[in-house]
Design a protein. Structure first.
Length: 188
């Protein structure tokens, strides 16, 4: 197969995969530390309506898992700490797992796109650099997008883990009035 054609196909595919990954990830990426601080302040103040408005302002982000936990606790109608904890954890985990799964799938598309961009650049360089400049540029962009994806692969997992250990106990407290200690997996 012609190396220029192979390099062009690889660069185009890589850029397309990186583009779809960025199209998915960028609108869903928010500053988790800042958002969690605001959510914690609002929950501790008992202002769950404002938390819901914040969640609505950032749709399809990890905040949706908090919204599911709050909705589950509201629908439960019980103030029993064990029941509230079970309801909030179940709802949070269901939404969080789906969000994390979609995030990882998008990130993997970006990483594969970056690899294809690298393949494009390798083919172009190893065959006398006969590829057009735009193909090399597209391959480079794909590589950069792949690196970004690689660096952002754990973003959602990190904020979800923080939320599970820091924010969910406060949501539980808001519905029960009792501070619930965070138990490690060994203690549960």
């Amino acid at each position: 197969m012609d190396p220029v054609l192979l390099s062009t196909i690889s660069a185009c595919l890589g850029a397309a995969l990186v583009g779809t990954a960025l199209f998915y990830c960028l609108p869903r990426r928010i500053n988790g530390v800042a958002a969690d601080n605001v959510v914690l302040k609002l929950v501790r103040a008992g202002n769950l309506d404002r938390v819901k408005k914040l969640i609505e302002a950032a749709p399809n982000t990890y905040l949706a898992a908090y919204g599911a936990a709050i909705e589950s606790a509201e629908q439960l109608g019980s103030k029993e700490p064990a029941a509230v904890k079970a309801a909030t954890r179940g709802a949070f985990t269901t939404v969080a797992d789906a969000l994390a799964r979609r995030w990882v799938a998008a990130i993997m598309r970006g990483i594969v796109g970056g690899m294809l961009g690298g393949v494009s650049l390798y083919i172009a360089r190893s065959h006398g650099n006969t590829s057009p400049t735009w193909v090399n540029a597209l391959g480079g962009i794909a590589v950069l997008g792949g690196v970004w994806s690689l660096l952002r692969r754990n973003d959602v997992a990190g904020v979800l883990a923080h939320g599970e250990h820091e924010v969910l106990p406060e949501i539980d407290r808001a519905f029960t009035g009792v501070a619930t200690p965070v138990l490690s997996e060994d203690q549960e």
